[in-house]
Design a protein around this ligand. Structure first.
Ligand code: AMP
Ligand code: MG
Length: 387
């Protein structure tokens, strides 16, 4: 058994960034920028008015100016403006040659072609050319792109974005007892559940998961499932990873050439975790218990997928919160406890059995107890992983 941190390091050593592909900007949200990109233009490309009003070369309170034209967004004024003159202007319009400020319309009285300036603000109300960014301004990679980045990339006129290809993940669940949701289970059967939870988790992470047919608890069936792995970057098996009579994953993966990196991690839930390299892919064998599989998804698969997406290898992000009730001392394994976080602090659920998905469903945090963590009191600060 190795500690969680060592297992993560071993996983990072196995995880290879996927290749780079170009996607249209409209599809780039949630993807990871793979190469530095630079602005193709300057923004604003011209000095632009920040307000509706009158562009003037100079004005003081009481100035009377002649309006000689108009500059609207998309339709600038071609001429130039001299002392004693003004141009009607609107937000986003280019400021005409010869003007130094925009007097807002609220500060002006208009009478035919004439305006009287009633007040002059200290600011110019002009957005200078390049005030936002200049041609060549860089966005560095890697970077997980969100909506704000997409807006900036669009303004920079970057219509195609180089991103890391989504890691292809093949999910293999194992067990004679499993049927798919929607099927009618036999009297001894249950529904394959964590397979679907993991599929959702992987999709959210930016991977491209694929469910392979459920492997039954015999070598031929499991071999068949492995034969469908195809060009996956990551193969995830679920269940069949302990040493029971029917636990065939280690045996069959070994026969297929798995170069095992580790087997068993000192954690609760999720001890029988296995990983290694399998041909061109990386393999992670998850425990079958539904909560163990999902917790291992958050603790191990999420950082692995992020590393495959070219992001800095790092454990799942943790935060800290005060306990709402005392906790008993922890045993020798790192414990990930389902808990509910609110403004009052974090409440660890009483029932922590690794088969209880309803408790996971009610949780929005996993409180992390280090090995041999002493008993904790109400108000003590503990680490948690937000769910
Ligand atoms: P195993 O590791 O195969 O011994 O499985 C441990 C427990 O998890 C057993 O109770 C299995 O029925 C259950 N289990 C295994 N795979 C799944 C799955 N994909 N969905 C739900 N439960 C599962
Ligand atoms: Mg099984």
């Amino acid at each position: 058994m190795i500690p969680v941190a060592r297992a993560l390091d071993a996983l990072f050593a196995l995880a290879r960034p996927t290749g780079v592909e170009a996607v249209p900007l409209i599809r780039a949200n949630g993807r990871v920028l793979a190469q530095e990109v630079t602005a193709k233009r300057t923004q604003p490309p011209f000095g632009a008015s920040a307000m509706d009003g009158y562009a003037v070369s100079e004005a003081t309170q009481g100035s009377i100016l002649t309006v000689i034209g108009e500059s609207a967004a998309g339709h600038g004024f071609d001429g130039s403006v001299s002392t004693g003159q003004a141009v009607r202007i609107f937000t986003g319009a280019p400021v005409p040659k010869g003007t130094t400020r925009v007097v807002i319309q609220e500060d002006v009285t208009r009478n035919g072609d004439q305006i009287t300036v009633n007040a002059v603000e200290t600011g110019t109300n002009i957005r200078p050319a390049g005030g936002d960014f200049s041609a060549g301004t860089a966005i560095s990679a890697p970077r997980l792109l969100g909506p704000n980045d997409i807006a900036l990339l669009a303004a920079m006129n970057i219509a195609e974005v180089p991103v890391y290809r989504k890691p292809r993940v093949a999910l293999i669940s194992t067990g004679d007892e499993l049927v798919m949701p929607g099927e009618i289970p036999g009297p001894d059967q249950i529904i394959a559940s964590n397979t679907f939870g993991l599929h959702a988790l992987l999709t959210d992470l930016g991977a491209e998961p694929r469910l392979l047919p459920i492997a039954r608890d015999n070598e031929a069936s499991l071999r068949h499932a492995f034969s469908l792995v195809d060009d996956a970057d990551l193969v995830v098996t679920i269940g069949g990873a302990s040493v029971g009579d029917h636990d065939l994953v280690a045996k069959v993966a070994g026969d297929l050439g798995l170069e095992r990196s580790f087997y068993k991690v000192a954690m609760r839930p999720g001890k029988p975790l296995m990983s290694g390299r399998l041909g061109k892919a990386m393999m992670v064998g998850l425990p079958g218990n539904p909560v163990s599989a999902m917790v291992c998804g958050h603790v191990f698969l999420a950082p692995v997928v992020r590393a495959m997406l070219g992001l800095e290898p790092a454990p799942a992000r943790r935060q800290a919160a005060p306990l709402r009730a005392p906790l008993k001392a922890n045993g020798p394994r790192e414990h990930y406890m389902r808990a509910h976080l609110s403004a009052q602090g974090v409440q660890v659920f009483e029932r922590q059995d690794s088969s209880l998905l309803s408790v996971l469903g009610a949780a929005n945090a996993l409180v992390v107890r280090p090995p041999h963590d002493p008993a904790r009191d109400t108000g003590d600060t503990v680490d948690y992983i937000p769910l």
